[in-house]
Design a protein around this ligand. Structure first.
Ligand SMILES: Nc1ncnc2c1ncn2[C@@H]1O[C@H](COP(=O)(O)OP(=O)(O)OP(=O)(O)O)[C@@H](O)[C@H]1O
Ligand SMILES: [Mg+2]
Length: 487
C-alpha cells in the first residue's frame, strides 16, 4: 500500500524536539519536520546520572544502537500525508511490517525473541510512552516511581520493588515526560520544572526535572483506572469489615458529611471514590479536584478540575474558586478531592449551609489530628477567626471522620470510623464507633491486628432510621469483628 520508504505514522511526537544531538539519542522519536522547527525547549544540562543501587545494564549497547538506527530510519521516512483516515490499528500493523523489513535490511543477528522485543519497543516509542508501556499494561502495578533514567520502582500489592525498566538517558526520559504533559496542555521545562498531569486512563502524574531534581528527571505515577480498588477488594485485603461497609453505606445514604483523613498514599482518594459509589443515582454530584482521579459511576455528575497558572503566572483557578462557583450549580452533593488550603473553611461552611452529604479528604494522621489540621489550614489561609469558632464550624459541619492508613509492610487499613458529637467547652468531642487495633508485625514484616466495634452507638442512629436506612442496633455491639492471619 505504501512505497517502500514512505511510512504512515499517526503520532509523530507532538513535543518540540531538542538539540539535534538530543533528538538523535537512542529511543527518542523525532518529528519528520524536526529540522525546520526552532527548539522551543532548552535542553536540560546533560549530566551523567550518578551510579545508584539498582543500576545494571541489562540491555546491550548494540541492541540500543540497532533500535536507534531502525527508529531513526522509520521516522525519517514518515509520510504524514499518506496517513489518510485509517485507524490506529491499521497504521500500527503497517508500521510493524516496516520495522520488520528495516530489521532485515540491518542484517542484525537477532534471535526470534530479540526481534520481537525490538519491534515492540520501537512500536512503544512511536505510539506510546516507550519503556513505560510494559508497566502501564500491568494491572497489578499501583504506583510507578521513576528516579532518573536508570532507577524505576513499582508498587505491587502494597510492596515497593525495583523494576528492570530503564530509560536510555535523561533526554529519553525527558521526552516521555514531555509527551505526557503536553497531551494535557501543560509544559515541563526550566521555567516550570514541576508539573502535574494525567494519563489517558486517569492515572495521576507528577514530574520534577533538573535543576530542581538533582539526579535527573523524576516522575511519580499513581495508577488509577487500570484496576480500581472496590469494596470487595477492601474486604478481601482485610482493609475493612463488611459491618463497617454497611455502616458507611448507611451514612452516605443518610447524607452525613464525611471527612476522610490519612497520610500520603494511605488510600484517601480510593476511599473517597468508593464512598461516593454509595450516593444514589438521583443526586446531582459536583466533584472538584486538582487532578481528576475520581471515577464516579452515577449518571448525574459534573466534574471540575483546578488549573495552575500559566507561564506569566495568570489564569490560576484554585480549588477554592471552583468550590465557591459550584455552590451556584445547585449540587445535591459536593465531593472535593482534597482540602489543603483556603478552601477548607469554605467546605465547612458549605457543609453547614445545606450541602449535606458532602465529602472531602485532608492530610492528617489520625482522627484527633484532623481537628488540629483544619485549624492550621484555616489560620494559614489568613482567616482571622478565633480557634473556638473554627472548632465550632468543624463540629457543626462534619458528622463522620474516617481514617485510612498504610501500615508497616504495606497493608492499608481503615483505622477508625468516628462520629463528631459536638463541642464540650473548647474541645470537639469525637467518639470512635469502629477501629483497627494493631497487634504486631508478622514474620514477613507486615503489620497485623484486629477490627473492633467499640460498643458505642452513633448519636445519629435515629437520623439513619428517618432517612429510611435500617441498621440493626446489634451492629454496634462491642466485639472483635475480624482478626488478621499472621504470615
Ligand atoms: N485498601 C487498599 N488496599 C490496597 N491498596 C490500596 C488500598 N487503598 C488504596 N490502595 C492503593 O494505594 C495507592 C494510594 O491510594 P490513594 O491514591 O487513594 O491514596 P491517597 O491517600 O489519596 O494518596 P495521596 O496522598 O498521594 O493523594 C493506590 O495505588 C491505591 O490503588
Ligand atoms: Mg489522593
Amino acid at each position: 500500500m505504501f512505497g517502500k520508504s514512505k511510512i504512515p505514522v499517526l503520532n509523530a511526537p507532538q513535543v518540540p524536539t531538542r538539540s539535534t544531538e538530543d533528538s538523535q539519542s537512542p529511543g527518542v522519536p523525532q518529528s519528520p519536520s524536526a529540522g525546520k522547527q526552532p527548539p522551543a525547549l532548552k535542553p536540560i544540562a546533560p549530566k551523567a546520572p550518578p551510579k545508584r543501587k539498582g543500576d545494571s545494564r541489562d540491555r546491550s549497547d548494540e541492541f540500543y544502537e540497532l533500535k536507534t538506527n531502525i527508529h531513526r530510519k522509520l521516522v525519517e521516512n514518515l509520510d504524514l500525508a499518506a496517513m489518510g483516515t485509517r485507524t490506529d490499528d491499521d497504521v500500527k500493523d503497517e508500521v510493524k511490517q516496516v520495522i520488520m523489513d528495516l530489521c532485515e535490511q540491518e542484517d542484525a543477528l537477532l534471535n526470534f525473541s530479540e526481534r520481537q522485543r525490538l519491534v515492540s519497543e520501537i512500536l512503544d516509542e512511536t505510539f506510546g510512552l516507550g519503556p513505560l508501556e510494559t508497566l502501564l499494561n500491568d494491572p497489578h502495578i499501583s504506583d510507578i516511581l521513576i528516579n532518573g533514567p536508570k532507577q524505576v520502582y513499582v508498587e505491587r500489592k502494597g510492596r515497593l520493588q525495583i523494576s528492570n525498566v530503564r530509560f536510555k538517558d535523561d533526554a529519553h526520559l525527558m521526552h516521555v515526560i514531555d509527551k505526557i504533559v503536553s497531551s494535557v496542555g501543560r509544559r515541563c521545562d526550566e521555567v516550570s520544572p514541576m508539573v502535574d498531569a494525567r494519563l489517558k486512563d486517569g492515572s495521576r502524574v507528577n514530574a520534577v526535572i533538573p535543576p530542581l531534581a538533582i539526579d535527573g528527571p523524576s516522575m511519580s505515577i499513581r495508577r488509577f483506572g487500570a484496576d480500581p480498588i472496590t469494596w470487595d477488594d477492601y474486604i478481601n485485603f482485610n482493609s475493612i469489615t463488611p459491618e463497617m461497609v454497611d455502616f458507611l453505606r448507611a451514612c452516605v445514604a443518610a447524607q452525613m458529611n464525611i471527612l476522610i483523613v490519612g497520610g500520603t498514599g494511605s488510600g484517601k482518594t480510593t476511599l473517597l471514590n468508593n464512598l461516593s459509589s454509595f450516593i444514589p443515582d438521583t443526586d446531582r454530584i459536583v466533584t472538584i479536584e486538582d487532578a481528576a482521579e475520581l471515577q464516579l459511576r452515577q449518571p448525574h455528575v459534573v466534574r471540575l478540575e483546578s488549573r495552575p497558572p500559566n507561564i506569566e503566572g495568570k489564569g490560576r483557578v484554585a480549588i477554592r474558586d471552583l468550590l465557591i462557583n459550584s455552590l451556584r450549580m445547585r449540587p445535591d452533593r459536593l465531593v472535593v478531592g482534597e482540602c489543603r488550603g483556603a478552601e477548607t473553611l469554605d467546605m465547612l461552611q458549605a457543609m453547614n449551609t445545606g450541602h449535606d452529604g458532602s465529602m472531602t479528604t485532608i492530610h492528617a494522621n489520625s482522627v484527633r489530628d484532623a481537628v488540629q489540621r483544619v485549624e492550621t489550614m484555616v489560620m494559614m489561609a489568613g482567616f482571622e477567626l478565633p480557634v473556638k469558632a473554627i472548632r465550632q464550624q468543624f463540629a457543626n459541619a462534619i458528622h463522620l471522620i474516617v481514617n485510612a492508613a498504610r501500615l508497616s509492610g504495606g497493608p492499608r487499613k481503615i483505622m477508625s470510623i468516628a462520629e463528631v458529637q459536638g463541642m464540650e467547652g473548647e474541645t470537639v468531642t469525637i467518639q470512635e464507633i469502629f477501629k483497627f487495633e494493631q497487634l504486631g508485625i508478622d514474620g514477613s514484616g507486615k503489620a497485623y491486628g484486629q477490627f473492633l466495634a467499640t460498643g458505642l452507638r452513633p448519636s445519629f442512629f435515629d437520623r439513619l432510621k428517618y432517612s429510611g436506612v435500617e441498621l440493626s442496633p446489634e451492629l454496634f455491639e462491642r466485639r472483635v469483628l475480624l482478626t488478621d492471619n499472621k504470615e
